[in-house]
Design a protein around this ligand. Structure first.
Ligand code: HEC
Ligand code: HEC
Length: 465
């Protein structure tokens, strides 16, 4: 299952090279072995950490010290705290802690892959959004299907997935196959919903790599990136998503459709776990025909939620590895040759003042940094096969935010699987590329035309991110 094996032979061939003349002092950072890191290695400026273990997404940046460190640790504990009925979980829910779905601040393997849909053991690690075909919610259901439940209530429904597999060929004869998911929902707790009037959008969790940097993105730079994202010769033109959050109409940056402007702490507690809080004081199933048996009042405080926000934004971003290896360099060239960089743009900057947390705590350390997220944070039409028919802010069903690729090569180590794309249908990095349609089709076709060696080098390059 673990596709990272392909990079292991390189591991033995490599050593870290020392100083680089092109590195400006602003971007310099010393690695644990005393060497100066190269510009390309520094994924997130001073928040870069030199770690490639299963804790690579879940370790604070080096500037997290003193009282910041104690708040970080508190946030970390709250994030991983397994809620139970006694502490307010449910009555219906999708996960029992943030960390249950984002294990090691990553992507917990979903029951989609192991159990064919909703898990049977109080756990599934995914979100299932449901709407009527006209975009409205169903009576007795909300935006998210809560497929788990505490004792004595009924889950709202259970997701089932089946896959059909189809084989294809690269121009040079190598074969590959892609599996298309088919989703159905059974065991509706109240009104049975007819499949004819139902859109189902399944999402596996996102990696928490660079959450603070994403919150500190320079919005003027994003507006410039949007105006430059116009390549008629390749059929590519991205656009920003805008959403209204806390009464403010603003640019969305987080979530698979850039449908959020913050790190969704309050929403995650309420909608994913059924934990009431100051922003969402009502139980998530309040008003539905299955009302809570007990109302605990506010189950997580706004101070606690700010610590969770702080924890995510203070996480270090793993440095790139093996940047000077010749196969990696060849793969990087192939990445540009296949025009991946037109959407997965390597370099952006954070705004000078850094970021501000939910209750106003400022994190100036996140400011003024050169970062390498490999994303433009824009929406792109990815074609009919990835269309989930769900509108989020300005995003149509076929539109998705370019997924940041920093840290992607460590997902196998951090979470023990290589499922990619919003619903995890791609079983490895190669399949993720081959699913690119719509504006991404040009890259898919250029990738297919590369020779096998260059295709493999491109994958190895991704594994160093
Ligand atoms: C049931 C599983 C589940 C639980 C529990 C859960 N999440 Fe998530 N999380 C997801 C999924 C799935 C997505 C992708 C959602 C989307 O694109 O619509 C996501 C996305 C996110 C993102 C956006 C990341 C990005 O790169 O844009 C953040 C931040 C986040 N979750 C934080 C949290 C926090 C904080 C909690 C706890 C309060 C939490 N999550 C609980 C499944 C979960
Ligand atoms: C038109 C813009 C565009 C181009 C060009 C493009 N991508 Fe993407 N990429 C996206 C979007 C949008 C997604 C999210 C799609 C989804 O989740 O359904 C994505 C997702 C991915 C993912 C999955 C990430 C994850 O964690 O699940 C990988 C890997 C990836 N792209 C690599 C590449 C490579 C390599 C190339 C060049 C061969 C490329 N992309 C070209 C926009 C683009």
């Amino acid at each position: 299952m673990c596709k990272i094996q392909s990079i292991i032979p390189i591991l033995f061939l490599l050593f870290f090279s020392s100083c680089d003349d092109e590195t400006s002092t602003d971007d310099m950072m010393t690695k644990p072995n005393g060497d100066i890191a190269l510009f390309d290695e520094l994924s997130a400026g001073r928040s870069t950490i030199f770690l490639s273990s299963s804790k690579a997404y879940d370790t604070p940046a080096s500037w997290v010290t003193g009282s910041l460190a104690s708040r970080f640790n508190n946030g970390d504990l709250l994030y991983d705290n397994p809620y139970t009925e006694a502490s307010g979980l449910g009555p219906v829910y999708a996960g029992y802690s943030c960390g249950s779905c984002h294990k090691n601040a990553g992507r917990t393997p979903s029951s989609l892959f192991s159990q064919g849909g909703s898990g049977n053991y109080g756990f599934s690690s995914m979100l299932v959004y449901i709407t009527r075909k006209n975009g409205a919610f169903f009576r007795n259901y909300g935006r998210v299907l809560h497929d788990q439940t505490i004792y004595g209530s009924n889950a709202e429904g259970k997701l089932k997935v089946t896959y059909t597999e189809k084989s294809y060929q690269f121009p040079d004869g190598e074969t590959y196959s892609l599996q298309t998911p088919h989703y159905t929902i059974t065991d509706w707790y109240a009104d049975s919903i007819s499949p004819e009037d139902l859109y189902i959008s399944v999402r596996i969790p996102l990696r928490h790599v660079g959450m603070g940097q994403i919150m500190a993105l320079d919005k003027n730079e994003l507006l410039r990136v949007e105006s430059l994202s116009n390549y008629p010769e390749y059929g590519i033109s991205g656009r920003l998503n805008y959403i209204t959050e806390r009464g403010v109409y603003q640019i969305g940056v987080s979530g698979n459709k850039a449908q959020h402007a913050d790190l969704t702490v309050e929403l995650g507690y309420s909608s994913d776990m059924g934990i009431t809080n100051t922003r969402y004081p009502e139980e998530v199933c309040a008003g539905q025909s299955q009302s809570p048996m007990f109302y605990h009042g506010i189950e997580v405080s706004s101070e606690e939620m700010e610590d969770v926000d702080l924890y995510m934004q203070c996480l270090g971003v793993p440095a790139r590895r093996y940047v000077n290896n010749s196969i990696v360099k060849k793969g990087e060239e192939a990445f540009y040759a296949a025009k991946c960089n037109l959407c997965h743009i390597p370099t952006l900057h954070t705004r000078p003042e850094g970021s501000t947390l939910l209750n106003g705590t400022r994190l100036p350390w996140l400011g003024g940094q050169t970062i390498h997220p490999y994303s433009d944070f824009l929406l792109h039409d990815m074609g009919p096969e990835l269309d989930d028919h769900l509108k989020s802010g300005l995003a149509f069903g076929c539109e998705w935010r370019t997924t940041p690729l920093w840290g992607i090569g460590l997902q196998a180590i951090v979470n023990g699987h290589t499922q990619f794309l919003h619903d995890g249908r791609a079983r490895n990095l190669k399949e993720a590329i081959l699913w690119h349609g719509g504006e991404g089709a040009v890259s898919r076709e250029l990738f297919k035309k590369l020779n096998k060696e260059d295709r493999n080098a491109l994958i190895v390059f991704l594994e160093t991110l």
